[in-house]
Design a protein. Structure first.
Length: 762
């Protein structure tokens, strides 16, 4: 929210009070509280008829410092709140926290200066100077500060009260994140409201709003408020990131680096690490699409068609109309379209397929569950006691109240029969259009619950899957999320158009989400709205099958490859099988996301933070640590790609290119820039028919050029539960790569990535 009228004036009806000087300081061993007046105090009379801000500073975890600013502390707190870890290991490597739950911070007072230290991060307040909270690295480099106008409360003519913070931006500093945003990748110059909306991928609205940003300067900031947080990123004040909430108190958390990976590791240790999805979920998903007509004959024809064309399929998903019209959600099969659902699922399972089902948290009035929900008190009510309803999406639609434990159990119990029939996972659609003129069962603040609802919804379904399918088998296909939602993967990018432009929008959104703590992400291959041109669909296939998760889905037309020509079939076959062979590598990246918070799909700046050219790149990414992917977003096959320093080798062709350099390339439909990092060793499986095969059987270690003689690379191949199955150490010698193996007797081959790419037999 903007409060000022240029540099000198305030907007009409706006009054701001800024922390000006420290009037008192209370120090404990691991935290301190400063009391700041909002004007200079010269005489005792200046202490009257004026405000005093309470600024509490503590360290909830190593390398993390939280600042809470409060005006009036007597406001009733109604929740909800983000569940944050405290103390212990923040997962950034050796020495990163003791894991004992002991205080993470230490306070030192040196004359007028008080300093809170936590790992590599310092917060400094000088009582003899004008108000400023300065954040430094341990070595002394300043990261940012809340300076002259950095700590404030603001009142407006309509009686609203806002807490506002400004953190300084350095020269050339760039800001990323704030959720899955489809606007320009670098957030500088943007106004961003953290507020869930069902706005598609072509607007400033977002399904996944995360009040966390990452800075190119080597730190991150998390605003610990689940409601609407308004960000002005170098926009209202061009040298500041301003954020504000309509409340009497705001807490923000500064997260240390120094690298972007370190920031994400600490942030996800605080808000939750992603669960590890099962290996089968990394294969190709095919859906019935949204409003298309289908029955078992249609489904069988799709599965047969994929098999006949040699395109391995892992998951079949039933979208909305598996239920009867006007009755979403009642979680009952439409008996006219699916007279034998249990038999149909058994037939699909017999073919080695997993099954996913579309659900949402809305209960239409015609649904049999509506009366159950009313009688049980499971539906959200208006202040007068009436059930909240509207006709948008479903007639007379009500909303499940997940703040009620009994409602959560009731909702889970409605899903259990589907699991008993053989369903493996759920697409948890919607969860964004959450009203604020309601009363929640647990008394939550409706404004704070608007964003947080997605967390309760996805957690309810994910926990059911963990209980019924077992830890390590639970997976969602979720659209909405807030901070902490990364714990319940996978998330997909929502409703995009069937165009190259929307393909680029989707990629921007996914890269933005990955810098917001989310390890796994997918999108609708070919676009959701409309029917894509064959070239759009075919190019999107390669992109989708080089994403962490891959799903064919559309709105009013099918997304089976043969609808788009023989070249689409060939590309679907080639890249599905390629992904399966890459699974020993990809699942290693998945384990890294699960244990450290570093995502599978990585913006270039994550792997190359010291290369300034990588900081704005949003049309290419690293898939895991060692594969560079640049989707083709042009009808003619032209693409620009940047290669950082070193000797890069194209995985498919074996062509080598020495960076740093920009490349202008033209690719046929069955190709795209897919480069292996200099000196990398890729573990490749032999089985290209499924993602969850026996990865060690016939394993090949594909050694890329570019490593100096004597260099040793360690490659860990996980088992299907994420534990190390085999560890290989590849050392470059003049005679060629020498491999040592740790663990049991594991067969493998070694191949140099040569002129024929990954298929080279040298």
């Amino acid at each position: 929210m903007k409060f000022t009228d240029g540099f000198w004036l305030m907007r009409e009806g706006v009054d701001a009070s800024y922390a000006t000087e420290v009037r008192d300081l209370r120090v404990e061993a691991d935290r301190f509280t400063a009391y700041a007046s909002v004007k200079r105090v010269v005489t005792r009379g200046d202490t009257l008829n004026s405000a005093l801000l309470t600024v509490e500073c503590r360290s909830p975890a190593e390398g993390v410092i939280a600042v809470r600013v409060t005006h009036h502390a007597g406001k009733a707190h109604r929740g909800p709140d983000f569940a944050l870890a405290s103390g212990g290991d923040t997962g950034t490597g050796a020495g990163a926290g003791a894991g004992t739950g002991a205080a993470a911070g230490t306070v030192v007072v040196d004359g007028p200066v008080v300093e809170l230290a936590s790992g590599p991060l310092r917060l400094r307040l000088d009582r003899s100077a004008p108000w400023a909270l300065e954040f430094h690295e341990a070595g002394g480099r300043k990261l940012t500060e809340a300076g002259r106008k950095g700590t404030a409360f603001v009142t407006t003519a309509d009686g609203a009260h806002h807490m506002a913070v400004q953190l300084a931006l350095g020269v050339g500093e760039q800001v990323y994140g704030l959720g899955e945003r489809f606007t320009p990748f670098v957030r500088n110059g943007q106004s961003v409201d953290i507020w869930q909306a069902d706005g598609g991928t072509s607007s400033e609205q977002a399904y996944k709003n995360i009040p966390f940003y990452l800075s190119s300067r080597g730190y991150g900031v998390f605003v610990n408020h689940p409601g609407r947080v308004s960000f002005e990123v170098g926009s209202e004040a061009v040298g500041q990131v301003q954020f504000s909430v309509e409340d009497q108190s705001v807490e923000y958390v500064v997260v240390a680096g120094p690298t972007p990976k370190d920031v994400l590791a600490r942030y996800t240790a605080l808000t939750g690490r992603p669960a590890l999805p099962p290996p089968w979920s990394f294969g190709l998903w095919l859906t019935t699409s949204f409003t298309t007509r289908y029955d078992e004959e249609t489904v069988t024809s799709f599965v047969d068609g994929m098999e006949e064309r040699g395109i391995p399929l892992s998951v079949f998903h039933f979208d909305c109309f598996w239920m009867r019209e006007y009755q979403w959600s009642d979680f009952r099969w439409d008996p006219e379209t699916f007279p034998d659902p249990a038999g149909m699922l058994a037939r699909l399972k017999a073919r080695g397929l997993r099954v996913g089902m579309w659900i949402n948290p809305y209960i239409a009035q015609k649904s049999a569950l509506f009366e159950e929900g009313v009688a049980g008190g499971y539906l959200v009510r208006r202040p007068g006691g009436d059930i909240w309803q509207w006709d948008l999406w479903q007639p007379g639609m009500a909303l499940v109240d997940f703040t009620n434990p009994e409602a959560r159990t009731w909702f889970q119990d409605r899903l259990r029969p589907l699991l008993a029939q053989g369903v493996d996972c759920f697409k948890t659609d919607f969860g964004e259009r959450i009203p604020t003129d309601v009363v929640w069962h647990d008394g939550s603040d409706p404004e704070r619950m608007h964003n947080y609802y997605a967390q309760l919804y996805n957690r309810t379904v994910f926990e059911l899957l963990e209980k019924e399918r077992g830890t390590g088998e639970a997976v969602l296909f979720a659209r909405s999320a807030t901070a902490g939602g990364q714990q319940f993967p996978v998330h997909w990018g929502g409703d995009c158009w069937a165009s190259f432009e929307a393909m680029a929008e989707s990629l921007r959104g996914g890269l933005s989400l990955s810098l917001s703590g989310f390890g796994f992400w997918s999108h609708d291959i070919g676009g959701f709205e409309g029917t894509p041109e064959p070239e759009v669909f075919t190019r999107w296939l390669a992109f989708g099958l080089l994403s962490s998760h891959s799903r064919l889905h559309g709105s009013d037309s099918y997304r089976v490859p043969w609808e788009f020509g023989e070249e689409a079939v060939e590309v679907a076959r080639r890249f599905t099988r390629l992904k399966h062979r890459l699974m020993p590598y990809l699942y290693g990246a998945a384990v890294e996301a699960h244990t450290t918070g570093v995502p599978v799909m990585r913006p270039m700046l994550l792997e190359f933070p010291g290369d300034p050219a990588c900081r704005t790149l949003d049309r290419q990414y690293m898939l895991g640590p060692d594969l560079l992917v640049a989707p083709v977003l042009d009808a003619g096959g032209e693409v620009e790609v940047y290669l950082p320093e070193g000797e890069w080798t194209h995985l498919l062709t074996g062509e080598t290119v020495t960076g740093p350099c920009w490349r202008h390339e033209t690719h046929a439909l069955d190709s795209l820039p897919l480069y292996v990092r200099p000196g990398a060793v890729l573990p490749l499986g032999a089985d290209d028919t499924r993602p969850d095969g026996a990865w060690l059987d016939g394993l090949t270690l594909l050694v890329a050029p570019g490593a100096a003689p004597g260099t040793t690379t360690t490659v860990t191949v996980p088992d299907h539960g994420g534990a190390p199955a085999a560890v290989y150490r590849v050392t470059r010698t003049p005679e060629g790569p020498r491999v040592t193996v740790t663990g049991t007797d594991v067969p493998y081959g070694v191949r140099i990535l040569g002129p024929a790419g990954m298929e080279d037999e040298t």
